[in-house]
Design a protein around this ligand. Structure first.
Ligand code: FES
Length: 167
């Protein structure tokens, strides 16, 4: 467990215990509990998983397999800027793959990862519902379309340099 994870869990311990208390050890409430814990912390660190597993009398591996089964859950911290790049059909045929490769190359992260400084995370997702603008990505929920590899990293750089508001 990383120092950051331990700190996060300590920071949120009381609130996690309050969430658990609401469900009174009901194992069927695992998804709801994980949902609330992730809403609180932003992701589900290993030792939070252990607190939940202990409370529900479950093996930690049961909890971690539920987390890996559902795309919604994450056991790694998200970056300050969260890029979701679409690899749905419309975006794929217009070059999403090259954009993903460019982002991976430039920032040294693959889908599901966060840069070491905690600034940027990347997720490759299915159709974002803006196929007319393909290829598309969102950064912290804001859509950017008609991308090519250069345009995508220029936009991301502007976020990282806090210049995006002026764009
Ligand atoms: S396929 Fe990318 S937005 Fe629909």
């Amino acid at each position: 467990m990383s120092v950051i994870e331990a700190k996060k869990s300590e920071e949120y311990r009381e609130e996690i215990e309050a969430i658990l208390a609401k469900y009174e050890g009901d194992g069927f409430a695992l998804i709801e509990i994980l949902h609330e814990a992730q809403e609180l912390i932003g992701y589900l660190p290993k030792d939070v998983q252990k607190i939940v597993a202990d409370n529900l009398n479950m093996a930690p591996t049961t909890v971690s397999s539920v987390i890996s089964f559902y795309n919604y859950f994450s056991d790694t911290p998200k970056g300050e800027y969260q890029v979701a790049l679409c690899k749905g059909t419309a975006c794929y045929v217009k070059g999403a793959k090259e954009i993903i490769e460019k982002i991976e190359d430039r920032y040294g992260i693959a889908s599901g990862e966060t840069t070491e400084d905690g600034k940027l995370s990347l997720e490759v997702v299915r159709c974002l519902g803006a196929c007319g603008l393909s290829p598309v990505m969102t950064v912290n929920g804001k859509a950017h379309g008609l991308l090519n590899p250069e345009k995508a990293v220029t936009i991301i750089d502007k976020y990282l340099n806090r210049e995006m508001e002026e764009v």
